[in-house]
Design a protein around this ligand. Structure first.
Ligand code: 5AD
Ligand code: SF4
Length: 464
């Protein structure tokens, strides 16, 4: 989803030449860019960094492609539908190139399709995968110099993409990528192919950025990675992931530390102990299981069995303070029998997830599962997905209802058009809509007592 350009420039970090930037940009349309982002939080955050690179080169961000000189799409190819959307969007802007606009494709579709994008959409000038974003300033300079086709498609980099300046979309929560790429080899997944091998960012550089963020008023940081808990500090300090969580939480001004996504095989007890010992580390773990059947997990090359996954769940449930657990599930993987699917349903009953993302299996190019036999028919995938979602709805309805009467600390992030109505998130990332007579609450932490529940959120009242 694209995000509105909704925050003041003073929020930008490390703003060396800001007034100059705006003046330059006002000089001509070439100085403006429109950036639309599809996909996951990693992509959202990459876009924030790409925007930072462009802003520092004198470009100004605008809200419509019509007013932009440079139109960029940061794309997702995790499922076929997401990838198709990119080409239909590119089609819409075919005519724009003749108006002198430069069109670029970034992200996973760029990496996956490579130079073929130029064949399918010859009006595109820039194709750049996420592992090459470090070279973006260079590539943009080539485009500015009149180069018609510029590509960045290497994935063999050892480095991570860090920028002097990041244009952050959220005024209270800052995303921070600590590990890029993925070294797992799940048989259905394009990520190892599109984002390249795992690279961890040095812990001293992470902590420096967190301190800077706190100084600029951010109170919540979310550490990102496809397998965030596989973090391996490349500095001599060799901080473990759990030690990094504690060090980030120790930075003055930081009140909440989130992290996503965790891989079950690398989810160790010390992470639970870090959460137990430091209330600033959010009591929420996103632990994708993908399937409740060991047979399917093996075909998916997920590196754990159902029983091993449940051991991790038990470890989290045994924590001294309650920790919410959410997950991702794929239905209709090749060969998934009705009995396998039943095992996924029974896993839902057993774990009672606080929330989940569910997907129909989507065959992706270059993945091992593409060649697997016994594909499940589309209608059958839809049927399974509907059953799964209904079961989870029941679980969430009961779970949220059990929270009525409890009090939560909420970071207020939204104000409703209805008078005196606000919304925000608990530490476990549960949405709370609540009433308050207060004049201004955005960005503050307040106590809210839950008075009602829906399957996806709580309703409450501000306790003053
Ligand atoms: N088909 C369907 N879902 C997929 N995911 C990843 N690859 C595929 C695919 N080929 C899902 C997984 C992952 C989430 C981000 O997307 O559940 O955890
Ligand atoms: Fe894809 Fe598996 Fe890596 Fe997650 S762990 S990004 S699902 S390969």
């Amino acid at each position: 989803m694209s995000k509105p350009f909704d925050i003041g420039l003073e929020r930008l970090i490390g703003q060396p030449s800001y007034s100059g930037v705006i003046r330059d940009a006002e000089a001509g349309q070439r100085g403006t860019f429109f950036l639309e982002t599809f996909g996951c939080q990693m992509n959202d955050h990459d876009s924030e960094k790409v925007a930072g690179v462009l802003l520092s080169r004198g470009y100004r961000q605008v809200e419509t492609p019509e007013t932009a000189g440079l139109i960029l799409y940061n794309t997702c190819s995790i499922r076929e539908k997401a990838a198709q959307k990119v080409f239909s969007r590119l089609g819409e802007y075919r005519a724009k190139q003749s108006e002198g606009k430069i069109i670029g494709v970034l992200g996973c579709v760029a990496q996956q399709e490579g130079e073929e994008i130029f064949e399918r959409a010859p009006w595109v000038s820039l194709v750049c995968g996420s592992a090459s974003y470090r070279k973006l300033p260079e590539m943009i300079a080539q485009l500015e110099a009149g180069n018609q086709r510029v590509t960045g498609l290497d994935t063999d980099t050892e480095e991570t993409f860090e920028t002097e300046m990041t244009r952050r979309d959220d005024p209270w929560r800052a995303y921070l990528t600590i590990i890029e790429g993925c070294d797992k080899a799940c048989s259905y997944c394009v990520v190892p192919y599109t984002r390249g091998p795992e690279r961890s960012r040095p812990s001293d550089s992470i902590l420096r950025e967190v301190r800077k963020l706190a100084e600029h008023g951010y109170s919540e940081v979310q550490l990102l990675g496809q397998t965030v808990n596989s973090y391996a500090d490349p500095t001599p300090r060799k901080l473990r992931f759990s030690e990094l969580l504690l060090a980030v939480a120790d930075v003055p001004g930081i009140r909440r530390v989130r992290f996503t996504t965790s891989h079950p095989s690398d989810f160790t007890r010390d992470i639970v102990e870090a959460i137990e010992s430091q209330p600033k580390i959010c009591d929420h773990v996103h632990l994708p299981v993908q399937s409740g059947s060991t047979t399917v997990l093996q075909a998916m090359q997920r590196t754990y069995t159902r029983a091993e996954y449940l051991e991790k769940i038990a470890m989290i449930r045994d924590a001294k303070r309650p920790i919410d657990i959410t997950t991702d599930i794929i239905v209709g993987f090749p060969g998934e029998t009705e009995a396998d699917f039943e095992e996924t349903l029974s896993l839902l009953e057993e774990v009672k997830y606080d929330s989940l993302f569910s997907f129909k299996y989507s065959p992706r190019p270059n993945t091992p599962s593409l060649a697997m036999k016994d594909a499940i028919a589309e209608e059958e995938k839809s049927r399974r997905l509907a059953i799964l979602m209904e079961k989870q709805r029941e679980i969430q309805t009961a779970r949220n209802a059990s929270l009525i009467g409890k009090t939560f600390e909420v970071l207020v992030s939204g104000k409703s058009r209805r008078e005196n109505q606000w919304s925000g998130y608990t530490t476990s990332h549960r949405v709370v809509n609540f009433a308050s007579q207060a004049k201004e609450l955005l960005g503050t932490y307040v106590q809210v007592r839950a008075t009602g529940a829906t399957p996806n959120s709580l309703v409450g009242e501000h306790i003053v």
